[in-house]
Design a protein around this ligand. Structure first.
Ligand code: ADP
Length: 467
């Protein structure tokens, strides 16, 4: 089964890790407890044994004068019921017992004997057929460097085993309960922490192209989810602006197309109302063609912009001798500039070539020079300069025209944007010329600079990469 909810996944991970930690701690605690219990027992047995060894060494030793219960009591705080203490002669070993004993349980092992001969004590755990084993220490008694007796002290490990069992029992009960509580708490916490995500999902589901003005709720506490909401909101802002621009664009485009079509339709309707002379029909058709040219021009421009937007402008890159190419276009523009007595001038440095799309760059220069002529006063000038600047080829068009107010400079590349004051002269346009220039420059990976002083003139610089 695949778990889809982050809350459940987090809870599972958290509980799993907690269980591992518990297990780890439990193993350590159990180990420490076992070690400490056996250590305590060994320590006590060693001390009781030590006391008995001292006693055995004394000339007048008598085991019966040792109160074993008291000894056990002094080390354990109680006297275990299954405890033994014996002193017996080392030779012959070891069934000649003295004192309180249990021969079967306390018989000396080979290891203990060997160690006793080397004057060392020996611990062993012996199973005596009882439920719990015995822990026994065997200690040698030397008199005049001779092993005379052995002291054996032992006790049942029942208490230790019971304590360990109790520990296991408590842990066994606490472990699942603790895990259950921690898991439940973790799940509640995860659900609470992820609640804003659910809210975001619900709001996001409501947002569509028509309802892009809805925003996700921001908690304002600066946490990860708040930052996510704020990032998504900024993205929605950008999307909203883009949608708005698109809506505006298609609205403007239809409006611009509608005007020449209405004129065309009107002229045809008027012409058809009565019988006309051939000359009159010629006039109407001529004017109709003009409108169709405008529509054609507009549609071409729109097509170019939308292709550039979609990244499919499809440049046909060829080597272009930029100075001669620019001069040719400038010459073509003379027919437009001459009626307004505007001087066209070419300034160019060394001849050089770049790689670019001829048709698109022609259109770019047409638009820039066309604007420079359109927004110049009669008797003014338009200068075209082509030069290299580091890794850029620069096309510079400057005019002595009406200029662009500073507050308009940021808008002139927007689609269908036309500056409000264009002067008294007839300066028709769709407001698409500079958008097209911008798209072509972007497609060539270039950049644009504009400088303008109202009533003095404007300078447009197009930077195209040399390689
Ligand atoms: P259009 O010329 O069709 O209005 P453009 O996109 O070519 O559209 O230009 C946008 C606006 O930028 C123009 O309406 C005009 O106000 C301003 N503009 C462009 N070129 C010049 C120029 N050389 N001198 C002054 N204003 C200019």
């Amino acid at each position: 089964m695949r778990i889809r909810s982050i809350g459940s996944k987090l809870t599972l991970w958290y509980t799993g890790l907690l269980a591992l930690t518990y297990l780890f701690l439990f193993i350590i605690a159990y180990g420490l407890l076992s070690y400490s219990l056996s250590h305590d027992i060994d320590y006590a047995l060693e001390n009781i044994g030590g006391a008995m060894v001292e006693k055995a060494k004394a000339e007048d030793s008598s085991l019966y004068s040792i109160d074993i219960d008291e000894l056990f009591h002094s080390y354990f705080g109680f006297s275990p019921h299954n405890r033994h203490a014996i002193i017996f002669d080392a030779y012959p070993p070891p069934d000649e017992n003295q004192g309180e004993s249990n021969p079967q349980q306390m018989s000396v092992s080979r290891d203990a004997m060997e160690k006793a001969l080397r004057a060392k004590s020996h611990f062993e755990t012996v199973s005596n057929g009882d439920k719990y084993p015995l822990r026994i220490i065997t200690m040698p008694v030397h008199k005049s460097s001779k092993l005379t007796s052995l002291v054996r002290v032992g006790m049942s490990l029942e208490n230790m085993h019971r304590t360990k069992q109790r520990f296991l029992l408590i842990m066994g009960a606490v472990f699942p309960i603790g895990l259950l509580l921690a898991g439940g708490g973790g799940w509640l916490l995860a659900r609470e922490a992820l609640r804003p995500v659910d809210q975001m999902t619900q709001t996001a589901q409501k947002i569509s192209g028509e309802q892009l003005n809805q925003r996700l709720q921001e908690s304002g506490n600066g946490d990860e989810l708040d930052r996510l909401a704020s990032t998504l909101n900024s993205m929605l802002d950008r999307l909203y602006a883009a949608f708005d621009q698109m809506r505006q664009f298609s609205g403007d485009a239809s409006h611009e197309l509608q005007t020449p079509l209405t004129i065309l339709k009107g002229e045809m309707e008027v012409a058809l109302r009565k019988q006309r002379t051939p000359l009159e029909y010629q006039c109407v058709l001529g004017s109709g063609l003009e409108e169709i040219d405008k529509i054609n021009h507009l549609v071409e421009g729109l097509l170019l912009i939308s292709r550039a937007d979609a990244g499919v402008l499809g440049l046909d890159m060829q080597p272009i001798e930029l100075d001669t190419f620019a001069l040719d276009i400038l010459e073509q523009m003379r027919t437009i500039a001459d009626p307004y007595d505007i001087t066209l001038e070419m300034q160019s440095s060394e001849p050089f070539a770049i790689s670019g799309d001829r048709d698109h760059l022609r259109r770019l220069l047409h638009n820039l020079l066309g604007n420079a002529i359109k927004y110049s006063r009669s008797g003014g000038y338009v200068k075209l300069k082509v030069y290299q600047q580091k890794e850029w080829a620069v096309l510079q068009v400057s005019d002595s025209g009406i200029g662009i107010p500073e507050e308009e400079l940021g808008n002139i590349f927007n689609r269908f944007h036309r500056a409000t004051a264009t002067g008294s002269r007839d300066r028709k346009g769709f407001g698409l010329g500079l958008s097209i220039v911008d798209s072509i420059v972007q497609a060539h990976k270039g950049k644009i600079e504009v400088e303008s002083i109202p009533n003095q003139g404007s300078t447009f610089r197009i930077f195209l990469p040399m390689v």
